[in-house]
Design a protein around this ligand. Structure first.
Ligand code: ADP
Ligand code: MG
Ligand code: ZN
Length: 491
């Protein structure tokens, strides 16, 4: 296949990509979908297996109630309608890491359908349809390499067999690689907020297959799609789509036809490879699972499940912008995780200036975290610490230079702000004579404000307190300063 560098912007602009994503997400249950085995990640190979998940003859599956609840909650969070009665089906194929030779999945009657999520694009918000969310079980894992003697062989770990998954299939509504990236980011955020999955991509808790085709702009019919499998980060999904879009356009421009096929993304080479063509495609021979009754999620049960719905990220951002007088961008950063947003809100309620807290997070915290290679959740400075710092700067007790030094200190010693502040805070000036000299200086320099005060506008006292605090570089004893300012002004 030719390289994909030859395409001019003019040629690219003739075509429109069409993208639909299939996302598998591992549900955070204690035990597997149809047996009592632990579904914890990382155990020694083949220690979490039993006759049911090994598919031994005569073993019968029993559905995990929590898996249904997590699946339904996720479905509701992405605006799907949950079906009262859904049907499990056998999806048959042979693979070494699938000892039963079939996966229990759902086919024509999935748990939920007809959903959507809104995704930000350069032209505003765009609604991406979600075709369905269905439940299924995972297969085991084949390990092909990474052996010290580099001899080729394959080991099987069947611990993952029978782990509950939700598969979420989008409509072919996505039009660019960036939109695909945003869709995945939003979806992951919602799944994390609802706590149905840890969405850990390194551990395979969230996996994405990307379907993509191109068509001439204005054409009605979709082009032939390729499905790119095995893409294990959102950045790679975007890169794989960009590559694949250019590759397909190149095929069409040179008079060829795009083959319907499954392709694999190779991250090292930055390209996709054909894995199997349509002719080699699986025929799954779906049929209703005879060992499980229809799954009934009654209206009452749905109601119970919906009662566990947390406030979702998009709604939360809107409310926080209104409640705390912060910007959309602030809200975006502050809702990065549900825990962080909770901490911010707790701090915001305890501070005089939520906006200043938001500014400190973006201006002073994020940069330091990035430089230290830390996640938000690993920050040495807590939200409570940030709130205290915000109040101290607001009152003038802490200069911004001092604040920066104290924050640096927190990162050096991995201590929270209140601890460091208590130890390092500037020496207070509590000598009345020294404070009075400063107050006199400020009073002399601001005759207009003095006049206002003496005219009855008592709130102007705060202005003088702030000015003296600045003059003292935040070192004036605040209580004494307040007292002396009022005394002087009233004199
Ligand atoms: P298949 O039967 O091959 O799995 P589906 O109809 O189930 O295909 O669709 C799988 C995914 O591919 C869905 O996300 C869907 O939106 C997307 N899709 C379907 N047709 C196209 C197309 N022509 N181009 C891009 N994506 C498509
Ligand atoms: Mg499919
Ligand atoms: Zn088991």
């Amino acid at each position: 296949m030719a390289s994909t560098t030859a395409l001019s912007p003019e040629i690219l602009a003739k075509y429109e990509p069409v993208i639909g994503l299939e996302v598998h997400v591992q549900l955070q249950t204690e035990t597997k979908a149809f047996c009592g085995c632990s579904s914890r990640f990382g155990a020694a190979p083949n220690t979490q297996v039993c006759p049911v998940c090994l598919g031994l003859p005569g073993a019968l599956p029993v559905l995990n109630r929590r898996a249904v609840e997590f699946g339904a909650l996720a479905a509701m969070a992405i605006n799907c309608q949950v079906r009262e009665t859904s049907i499990f089906a056998r999806k048959n194929y042979f693979y070494p890491d699938l000892p039963k030779s079939y996966q229990i999945s759902q086919f024509d009657k999935p748990l939920a359908e007809h959903g959507w999520i809104d995704v930000p694009t350069p032209n505003g918000s765009k609604r991406i349809g979600i075709t369905r969310l269905h439940l299924e079980e995972d297969a085991g894992k084949s390990m092909h390499d990474g052996f010290a003697d580099s001899r080729e062989r394959t080991y099987l770990d069947l611990n993952r067999c029978g782990t509950p998954l939700a598969e979420i299939v989008s409509e072919p509504d996505i039009r660019t690689a960036d939109e695909a990236y945003e869709y995945l980011a939003r979806l992951k955020e919602i799944l994390l907020y609802t706590s149905v999955s840890d969405c850990n991509m390194e551990e395979g808790s969230l996996r994405c297959d990307a379907n993509v085709s191109v068509r001439l702009k204005g054409a009605e019919k979709f082009g032939t799609k390729a499905e790119v499998k095995n893409v294990n980060s959102f950045r790679f999904v975007r890169a794989a789509l960009e590559y694949e879009i250019a590759r397909q356009i190149e095929v069409l421009e040179s008079g060829g036809r795009v083959q319907q096929e499954t392709r694999l993304w190779n991250a090292n080479e930055g390209r996709t490879y054909s894995m199997r063509s349509k002719e080699q495609a699986h025929d799954y021979r779906y049929f209703p699972e005879p060992d499980l009754p229809p799954l009934v999620v009654s209206a009452a049960w749905q109601h119970e499940i919906r009662a566990n719905m947390p406030e979702l990220p998009e709604a939360r951002r809107k409310r926080m912008v209104a409640d705390y007088d912060i910007t959309e961008q602030d809200a975006q950063v502050l809702t990065g995780t549900r825990e962080f947003a909770d901490q911010f809100e707790a701090a915001a309620k305890a501070t005089k200036s939520p906006k200043r807290v938001a500014n400190l997070v973006q201006g002073e915290l994020m940069g330091r975290l990035k430089a230290a290679g830390l996640e938000l959740t690993q920050s040495p400075i807590s939200m409570r610490g940030i709130a205290q710092a915000a109040d101290l700067t607001e009152s003038g007790e802490l200069s911004s230079k001092m604040l920066k030094q104290l924050f640096d200190h927190c990162f050096e010693t991995s201590e929270d702000f209140p601890v460091v502040y208590e130890r390092e805070k500037p020496q207070q000036i509590s000598d009345p004579a020294a404070l009075e000299t400063m107050i006199d200086e400020i009073i002399a320099a601001n005759p207009k404000q003095v006049e206002q005060y003496r005219g009855g506008k008592k709130t102007v006292a705060a202005f003088f307190v702030g000015q003296v605090m600045r003059l003292s570089k935040g070192q004036a004893n605040p209580a004494l300063l307040n007292e002396l300012v009022t005394k002087k002004l009233d004199a």
